[in-house]
Design a binder for this molecule. Structure first.
Ligand SMILES: *[C@@H]1O[C@H](CO)[C@@H](O)[C@H](O)[C@H]1NC(C)=O
Length: 322
């Protein structure tokens, strides 16, 4: 979609009004006016590390690759509720039609120190049992705040490095958040389950490797357009590797999660090295699988993201779900 310039944007549809402004990080040393860019990709090309790209309201039909470091991408709003976001970035691509899962992502971040605020990001390839990634992050210390993230299978790929997601809504059916070596902390994330018997996560740590997912103060709900019998049928996760580690703590499981809590990826999988744990969750009735762990204390963010204070926006630390 072409973005219209400042001079035409007042009189056109909301969808076509999107305009890109670029501001220098820290202080506004100058705005590169809207008409300079017709796509977010053009703004990304022009941006330098440290820059912020602000998106005006609208729907952007683009797939984005952020390869530079220290880029901030902001929607037009600054609400702490993803439901009030006015910017939507949308594409439709199955991982099976590309070289790797990353290449299906609507937003692929290979740079480090990336921040997104108030954006909706959707991969609308749906209806088949295959991954179609909305966001993939392979850099170090990448953060996503107040985002609406939508897909069907393999929606948020915490692929490599370190990731912080807060006050966001993530919707999907199978392996909604997944990844092998990344350490990812999901703070106050609302998870919208859409598939009967689906899985909210698929952590895939391998022997001796990194990789750890923690969901703190999450809220599980039935997502928009969900299967009729989703409620009470969904699993917190399945292990994509025999050393998988995932914790849900202080989370409201909304009676959406099945009693067993977790399931295996393959039926013959060894469970002795899997750490699937829970601490102080609510609305979670049922007897868990024998290999699930009931933890005696909460997991600390510093054990997952040791230097989080250097890069996580402090106003989102400990945040509850929208
Ligand atoms: C953004 O996503 C949220 C969560 O799904 C939704 O409530 C909201 O309507 C979306 N906004 C836009 C502009 O797509």
């Amino acid at each position: 979609m072409k973005l219209l310039g400042l001079f035409t944007c007042f009189c056109t549809l909301a969808v076509a009004r999107a305009v890109v402004l670029e501001v220098k990080a820290g202080r506004e040393t100058g705005r590169i006016e809207a008409a300079a860019f017709t796509t977010i990709n053009d703004a990304l090309k022009a941006a330098n590390p440290g820059d912020t790209i602000v998106l005006f309201p609208g729907v952007f039909k683009e797939r984005l690759l952020v390869s530079k470091d220290s880029i901030t991408l902001r929607g037009s709003t600054s609400s702490t509720k993803p439901s009030e976001n006015e910017v939507s970035i949308e594409a439709a691509k199955y991982a099976s039609d590309t070289i790797s899962d990353d290449d299906s992502a609507t937003l692929l971040v290979t740079g480090s120190n990336f921040r997104a605020y108030n954006l909706n990001i959707t991969n609308s390839a749906a209806g088949a049992e295959k991954a179609s990634v909305a966001i993939s992050s392979t850099g170090t210390n990448n953060a996503f705040y107040v985002c609406g993230i939508h897909g069907t299978q393999g929606v948020f790929y915490a692929h490599l490095g370190s990731v912080f997601v807060a006050r966001s809504y993530i919707q999907g059916g199978t392996d909604v958040a997944y990844g092998r070596t990344a350490n990812a902390w999901f703070q106050g994330v609302r998870l919208g389950a859409t598939k009967e018997g689906g899985t909210l996560s698929a952590q895939g740590r391998q022997k001796g490797g990194t990789g750890y997912f923690v969901f703190d103060k999450a809220k599980v709900v039935v997502g928009k357009g969900a299967d009729a019998y989703t409620k009470g049928s969904v699993f917190l996760g399945r292990p994509w590797g025999d050393y998988a580690r995932t914790v849900f703590q202080y989370s409201d499981l909304g009676d959406v999660v099945a009693g067993a809590g977790w399931r295996l990826y393959t039926s013959s999988q060894a469970t002795k090295n899997i750490l699937f744990g829970e601490y102080a969750n609510s609305n979670d009735d049922g007897a868990r699988v024998s290999w699930a762990k009931s933890l005696s204390s909460a997991t600390s963010i510093s054990s997952i993201l040791p230097d989080y204070k250097n890069w996580v926006d402090s106003s989102f630390i400990g945040a509850s779900s929208p």
